[in-house]
Design a protein around this ligand. Structure first.
Ligand code: RB5
Length: 152
């Protein structure tokens, strides 16, 4: 698979472990930075990775910051991005199977390298189930049009 990966200065510590896993798997790595511990702004890296995924340069995206949270918020601003923050494998499987998530984010201050590798492996090897989930995922693309805001 072609995997776009990005991180900020807080995520830089976890990135090597993810790269090792991807290399072992034989994935093509599109590393979009950052490459040092110098302080940077995570939205810029989230946008790079999210755009690569949405335009089809990459099959999936992996973003790493301190918590994974800011990266997910930023990535989800890009239309077509479905980014989720993951800290255990069950959610990684379901994010793919039910939500067709195309980007995952990790918190380098939240989980260690082995757990992170397990989560990435699960995320990259689980297929979307489609079916009823396809209809729901399609509705994610028009969030402001799917409801009146009133209770039924
Ligand atoms: C940087 O200190 C930190 O705020 C950032 O890596 C990330 O955790 C934001 O969500």
């Amino acid at each position: 698979m072609r995997i776009a990966i990005g991180c900020d200065h807080a995520g830089i510590e976890l990135k090597p472990a993810i790269r090792v896993l991807l290399e072992k798997r034989g994935d093509t790595i599109l590393d979009m930075g950052t490459d040092s511990s110098e302080s940077v702004d995570y939205p810029e890296y989230a946008a790079r990775v999210a755009h690569a995924v949405v335009i089809g340069t990459a099959d999936r995206g992996i973003l790493i910051c301190g918590t994974g949270l800011g990266m997910a918020i930023a990535a989800n601003k890009v239309r077509g991005a479905r980014a989720v923050t993951l800290s255990e494998p069950y959610s990684a499987r379901m994010a793919r199977a039910h939500n067709d998530a195309n980007i995952m984010t990790l918190g380098s201050r939240v989980i260690g390298p082995e757990l992170a590798q397990m989560i990435v492996e699960t995320f990259l090897t689980t297929d979307f189930e489609g079916g009823r989930h396809q209809r729901r995922v399609a509705k994610l693309e028009t969030p402001s049009d799917t409801g009146s805001g009133e209770h039924p």
